[in-house]
Design a protein around this ligand. Structure first.
Ligand code: G3H
Ligand code: 13P
Ligand code: ZN
Length: 328
């Protein structure tokens, strides 16, 4: 059944676990995540990006998620809007029935230009006012996602700052975070600690200087009652990269956020962990393999099935690794 994001995150905080929030665009991804959650007894956050709503159409995204709720009434499920770029877009999602929205005021409405602290506070406060009136939850973001060595936002999927960011923009300041939370009254805060969206996060296995888990601890110590959110948290597993490239893909060598680092962050207040890229890679690898091994097949269901199965395996792994087993 559809539940409140706030309640889900409160439960995760009280019980010391984190919840992966998966981006969904189509039927097979929704099915994959629901069957994974069902098998391990996990709560579910399904989130739709602007790109997802454009790809599928808002009614389809909404009804895919409602269908999931109908088919799995025993699973607590949140329908969340990812990266809303304006109060107007967030209002649209709330009108559609989303129980939770992200107002990403770290960037201006174009989703590219870093915004001022004042602008961010103003738009986020506005969305909190709208959402809380109807019992919906709000996630905000302070700091810009980006690679601490290069200043790149990793915006190959179209979500992230354009141009080079400077080091301080890419690390959320604990003191500013406290001011921001107080001024906006938001429910959950996405923080910048060196991750970025997409597959090309790090050019080497991340160490503390480029993936600042220490910053999570500092922020949590300052605002212990605020649920923290990690974006750009795909692990970009090497075995998925290998399958893609083994069957004709041409992905460059790259590194994601190690699961062990996310587990450390969960010990320090991170409750929602956004994952899109790992699901994309799992499905792409499975389809490439199937196509290479079955050149005579042409029924879309036949290649969507292994893709769905591969996505399910990733989701199930993350549910277990983040401590969701039996919490749903
Ligand atoms: O927010 C980041 C997600 O990876 C969304 O990507 O806009 O291509 O759906 P998308
Ligand atoms: P990844 O690209 O690491 O999967 O991150 C997704 C995300 O943060 C969506 O908001
Ligand atoms: Zn994100």
């Amino acid at each position: 059944a559809l539940v409140s994001m706030r309640e889900l995150l409160d439960h995760a905080a009280a019980n010391g676990y984190g919840i992966p929030a998966f981006n969904v665009n189509n039927l097979e991804q929704v099915q994959a995540i629901m069957t994974a959650a069902d098998e391990v007894g996990a709560p579910v956050i399904l989130q739709a990006s602007a790109g997802a709503r454009k790809y599928a159409g808002e009614p389809f995204i909404k009804h895919l998620i409602l269908a999931a709720a109908e088919m799995y009434p025993h699973i607590p499920l949140v329908m969340h809007q990812d990266h809303g770029t304006s109060p107007k877009i967030c209002q649209g999602a709330l009108d559609l029935g989303f129980g939770s929205v992200m107002m990403d005021g770290s960037l201006m409405e174009d989703g590219k230009t870093p915004a001022s602290f004042e602008y961010n506070t103003e738009v986020t406060r506005k969305v909190v006012e709208m959402a809380h009136k109807i019992g919906a939850t709000v996630e905000g973001e302070l700091g810009c996602l980006g690679n601490l060595e290069t200043g790149d936002a990793g915006e190959e999927d179209g979500v992230g700052a354009a141009g080079k960011l400077d080091h301080s923009q890419m690390l959320t300041d604990p003191e500013e975070a406290a001011t921001f939370v107080k001024a906006t009254q938001l429910d959950a805060l996405a923080i910048a600690i060196g991750t970025s969206h997409g597959a090309y996060k790090f050019s080497r296995k991340p160490t503390g200087d480029i993936l600042a888990i220490s910053r999570v601890k500092e922020i949590h110590a300052r605002i212990p009652n605020t649920h923290l959110v990690m974006h750009g948290s795909s692990s970009v597993p090497q075995d998925l990269l290998d399958i893609i490239n083994q069957y004709g893909g041409q992905m460059k060598q790259t590194y994601g956020v190690p699961v062990s680092e996310i587990q450390e962050a969960i010990k320090h207040g991170v409750r929602k962990i956004n994952i899109d890229t790992d699901i994309r890679m799992a499905m792409t690898g499975a389809v490439r393999k199937f196509m290479a091994e079955n050149p005579e097949k042409f029924d879309a269901r036949e290649w969507l099935k292994p893709a769905r199965e591969a996505a399910k395996q990733v989701a199930k792994q993350r549910y277990m690794e983040f401590g969701c087993e039996g919490q749903g």
